[in-house]
Design a protein around this ligand. Structure first.
Ligand SMILES: *Cc1c(COP(=O)(O)O)cnc(C)c1O
Length: 456
């Protein structure tokens, strides 16, 4: 069947369409940093797939019957039933978003100086490991380093390196597998890899957790790509993945197709009791954890909808379709296309710009100036290291631009528009200027820095 969204539109929202002059003025005001743009200046927003999805009519209806009882709300019991069915974990705690689950778990689990080993830590996961006194270690598989290879499971962890870490001199407090591997280009993790991780963790008595923000998208790619799983439903694959682990943290702003929410779920009753105390002190009582009853209802319904194979097939096909159009326009992407985002290889397109002039940022900025498309780079602006005088010490390994795809928000013609804008830029890439830093805070500078174009 050809690509088609398995839903129709019931409520619409106009999108702002600005002139090039308006966009230039907006970008100049924003210090050429897309994070400083206002929503009413953006035509297509591909900054994040987090909390940006469109609710279904059934989710809206569920929200309307949200029960706002302080303790023991009916909405909590509905939420718990769905998460229990999905994961099988006996202890389930709602939290306001994924990073709260990370903070609670790592503070309970990690001794100071212990390692947290992962395929790749998401940035808040890494920050929460550090704040808990732990040391985050990323061990992506070798295939992940080749952006062009079409290896089906580039999100896997390097099992030899994991074994070496578990047998090494430093104590490993927990192993966390991120599915799909967001920090590693949104690539999926195979069930074979998760099973091997489970076996190694068991052998060494180390807890094994999932960072399961995109559990359904990972399950879909397992059904499509992994021998032995093609006859399973996405819900069955997701359940099998959760069963391998001792627990999970999850941001529900992604695969619950809702605007806020998360959970921490686990098996160990003692660890659960410890986490519950911190949950009550910092998030809320165990039956709401920082969420309203209406949020719990919308999350429960979203978790049911996200494992629908027709929804996942259409979403995966849409991302792949955009990737194919972009490649046809002569721009490389990180292969193979995943689901929640495409990553453009800006370094390969803008060969006239050295890393010190931020080619990834230059392409992201140009996408806005040329077409009102907002997105962000994952290159030297985000990951590079500079001295006090702003001289580049270490460039990022790649100059990438991430086009994140919100769930159920944009149609095929919106994606065709995005590809057309990319294609226009690719016709004369040498016209795209580089950028220099104007002001930057010491930490997380990509959110707050101001830069300016270097005019020839
Ligand atoms: C978004 C995300 C988080 C953090 O979740 P929030 O809900 O944004 O706090 C953690 N891990 C991964 C893989 C994510 O994508």
């Amino acid at each position: 069947m050809p690509l088609m969204e398995p839903y129709r539109v019931k409520v619409v929202e106009p999108i702002p369409i600005l002139t090039r002059a308006d966009r230039e003025a907006a970008m100049a005001r924003a210090g050429y940093n897309p994070f400083n743009l206002r929503a009413d200046e953006i035509t297509i927003d591909l900054l994040s797939d987090s909390g940006t999805g469109a609710l279904s009519a059934a989710q809206q209806a569920a929200g309307a019957i949200g029960d706002e009882t302080y303790a023991g709300s009916a909405s909590w019991f509905r939420f718990r039933e769905v998460v229990d069915e999905l994961t099988g974990y006996p202890h389930i705690f709602p939290v306001h978003q994924g990073r709260a689950a990370e903070r609670i778990l790592f503070n309970a689990l990690l001794e100071p100086g212990q390692l947290c080993v992962s395929n790749t830590h998401f940035d808040t996961t890494r920050a929460n490991v550090l704040l808990a006194g732990g040391k985050p270690v990323d061990l992506p598989c070798a295939a992940a380093a080749d952006l062009d290879s079409d290896h089906p499971f580039k999100g896997d962890i390097d099992l030899d390196a994991l074994r070496a870490a578990l047998e090494g001199p430093e104590s490993v407090g927990v192993v966390v597998m991120t599915i799909t591997n967001n920090g590693g280009g949104g690539q999926p993790v195979s069930m074979a890899n998760l099973t091997a991780v489970r076996d190694l963790c068991r052998e060494h008595g180390v807890p094994f957790f999932l960072d399961a923000a995109r559990f359904a998208e990972n399950a879909w790619l397992v059904v499509q790509r992994e021998p032995g799983w093609s006859d399973k439903t996405p819900a069955e694959v997701a359940r099998a993945a959760f069963e391998l682990a001792d627990g999970a943290v999850a941001s529900l702003k992604k695969d619950a197709i809702a605007h806020i929410g998360g959970f921490l779920a686990l098996r160990d009753p003692e660890l659960a009791a410890q986490c519950e105390l911190v949950l009550i002190a910092t998030e809320g009582f165990r039956t709401y954890g920082g969420l309203a009853g209406r949020d719990l209802e919308m999350l429960a319904q979203g978790l049911r909808e996200v494992v629908d194979p027709r929804y996942l097939a259409a979403r995966a096909a849409a991302t792949r379709y955009l990737g194919d159009l972009i490649k046809a326009a002569g721009v490389s992407i990180v292969e193979p296309a995943g689901i929640h985002a495409l990553y453009l290889n800006a370094g390969r397109l803008l060969t006239h710009l050295p890393p010190a002039q931020y080619p990834g940022h230059a392409l992201a900025t140009e996408l806005y100036l040329a077409g009102g498309i907002r997105c962000a780079e994952l290159g030297t602006l985000y990951l590079g290291e500079e001295d006090e005088n702003g001289v580049l010490l270490k460039a990022a390994p790649y100059e990438l631009v991430r086009l994140a795809i919100p769930r159920r928000v944009y149609t095929q013609s919106h994606l065709e528009y995005v590809a057309e804008v990319v294609g226009e830029i690719a016709k004369n890439p040498e016209r795209v200027p580089g950028y220099r830093m104007v002001s930057a805070p010491k930490l997380l500078r990509h959110f707050n820095c101001r830069v300016e174009p270097i005019r020839a």
